[in-house]
Ligand binder design. Sequence first.
Ligand SMILES: *[C@@H]1O[C@H](CO)[C@@H](O)[C@H](O)[C@H]1NC(C)=O
Ligand SMILES: *[C@@H]1O[C@H](CO)[C@@H](O)[C@H](O)[C@H]1NC(C)=O
Ligand SMILES: *[C@@H]1O[C@H](CO)[C@@H](O)[C@H](O)[C@H]1NC(C)=O
Ligand SMILES: *[C@@H]1O[C@H](CO)[C@@H](O)[C@H](O)[C@H]1NC(C)=O
Ligand SMILES: *[C@@H]1O[C@H](CO)[C@@H](O)[C@H](O)[C@H]1NC(C)=O
Ligand SMILES: *[C@@H]1O[C@H](CO)[C@@H](O)[C@H](O)[C@H]1NC(C)=O
Ligand SMILES: *[C@@H]1O[C@H](CO)[C@@H](O)[C@H](O)[C@H]1NC(C)=O
Length: 552
Amino acid sequence: MEGNSHATIKVLLVFSFVANLAVFSHQASTPCHLREYKTGLVCICNATYCDYLEDPSPSDENEFVIVSTSKAGLRFDTVRGLNNITEKTHILDFDERLQEGEGKKLKNVIHKVTSSPATRRVSIHVDREKIRQKITGFGGSFTGAVRYILENLPQKLQDHVYKPFYSQQGIGFNLMRTPIGGCDFDLEPWAYNELPVNDTALSNFTALDARERKIIEQIKRLKEVTNLENLRIKGAAWSSPKWMKTNNKWAGSSRLKQEYYQTWAYYHLRWMELWAANGLPIWAISTGNEPLNGVGFMPFVRFMSLGWTPGKQAIWLSENLGPTIRAKYNKTVIFGNDDQRYTFAFWFKLMRLSRPDSLDYLSGLSVHWYWDEIFEPSFIDIAHKQMPDKIMLISESCIGDKPWQKKTPILGSWKRGEKMARGFLQNLQNNINGWLDWNIVLNEEGGPNYVNNFVDSPMIVNMTNRLELYKQPMFYTMGHFSKFIPEGSVRIAAERSNINVDTIGFLRPDGSIALIVFNSGFASVNVSIVDTKRCSISLQIPQKSIHTVLYN
Ligand SMILES: *[C@@H]1O[C@H](CO)[C@@H](O)[C@H](O)[C@H]1NC(C)=O
Ligand SMILES: *[C@@H]1O[C@H](CO)[C@@H](O)[C@H](O)[C@H]1NC(C)=O
Ligand SMILES: *[C@@H]1O[C@H](CO)[C@@H](O)[C@H](O)[C@H]1NC(C)=O
Ligand SMILES: *[C@@H]1O[C@H](CO)[C@@H](O)[C@H](O)[C@H]1NC(C)=O
Ligand SMILES: *[C@@H]1O[C@H](CO)[C@@H](O)[C@H](O)[C@H]1NC(C)=O
Ligand SMILES: *[C@@H]1O[C@H](CO)[C@@H](O)[C@H](O)[C@H]1NC(C)=O
Ligand SMILES: *[C@@H]1O[C@H](CO)[C@@H](O)[C@H](O)[C@H]1NC(C)=O
């Protein structure tokens, strides 16, 4: 590490044009209203107040911007500097900023984090000529649980669910996942055309269910209040109606009966047509949520599923779903797999063996992040190497699903915020093009969920008084990516000199750079960012913090 530090100093001398934080200005947006719970800090929104951050992009060539979130209470704290003045380097004191802002009310927290001078350092070398994957975007999911919660909130509070996630003043989501029919995050299991049974014509699936019409109404409101024109909606079915399945049940080991392969393909087409007819065209569908949940060895999954082996799913995709969708919608992105990372190593290989042309119908590969701590990103690499042109999305993520995790939300958990940040960094460093998180909002117990499969969410609503929303640290750590890496950005090389921080860099469509720097350690770190095309920026970042640095 010593050797590295010397190298860092040399680099700094070569690029002796060291940036200075010549001006300080607090962003003129609405700051987070912090509240401290025993478990951590959340930002509170109510009908009349919610925190937002206007686009803080640097206004010209000379300016750079640092947006910061920390365990101690910074939430999208924004500082601007000029990098064209050659005075002494200014070290940004985040503790001081914390005390100036909302943090001054939180004496105990401040006391705990007041840091001594940094004992660690790192340099990050950014090279915008070295280009990696393109970004499709980021988003969350609109389930029956989300619909139910929103329905029960006053309109003004509903809008403070939509805008924080999907507006430019929020965290700029552009993707959305929604179930085709029911899923576990709903009041009960359901599908279209449950009756009449054995009905290959789907004679009772001629209009959308009232629950989905409600969701459509809510999404339209979301689009209106966020000014979001290009919302990309991705659908996935958890289960077919029971009569199409070998076990005639919602959960448990099942397969699609072969005589209904084409019916199940039409079911997807009809769903897409009805959403389009209701004003929301569908961007993408998947071949089905977590197909292995319905295969014999997963009896602990108690919610709706439809079991597929890769071989059988390849036949259905190649002979039924693929041709049926393509005949009408030739641009729809069809995503394969939609299951855990460990399946990526074999799933597509076995599909290819079964029906070589099946993979041609897929323009995307989607994967759930739940087992990332156990299975290495090399599982993704295997699929990516075989099919480098396909879009790879994380299509589901949340915390609280594991037996060893607390299943309900933990208000203000920084640990969970960090876990999301680590997940985003690792997957984006491994060619993932975008990320869909799970329910955008849940109640205090992490539901509703018809089998009590409760989990955490970036936003929790107080369903007791229906007056307050709690924005978790996860909301901000995800936002450090989604807000600043718009669709069409490309990842660029950002090499760190040691592991004192983690980092990733992007070239945005407007030509500016967004560099994310994550310090998960218990000490502050001196960071110098060295851009091959520009200059250096030096800053000291506090323990347990994440930053997005923007410059041209
Ligand atoms: C809403 O939040 C703001 C900011 O915290 C606060 O000033 C206001 O009193 C709250 N309104 C209600 C009705 O609680
Ligand atoms: C630095 O940039 C600012 C903003 O573009 C400009 O007003 C100022 O004159 C520049 N200063 C120097 C020393 O070039
Ligand atoms: C970090 O920067 C501060 C201020 O320049 C300096 O006092 C300190 O020694 C630096 N720490 C390391 C490890 O480089
Ligand atoms: C069509 O579906 C609805 C809702 O599930 C059900 O109430 C109705 O009985 C079904 N119609 C027929 C003809 O089965
Ligand atoms: C539906 O199909 C199954 C399997 O072929 C059969 O056992 C059942 O009697 C049929 N039900 C009706 C109402 O036709
Ligand atoms: C998709 O369909 C449109 C109109 O139906 C046609 O013009 C276009 O060439 C098709 N594109 C592809 C890639 O098949
Ligand atoms: C939710 O509101 C109820 C009723 O006002 C209150 O007792 C409870 O503490 C609130 N929950 C949280 C997490 O603040």
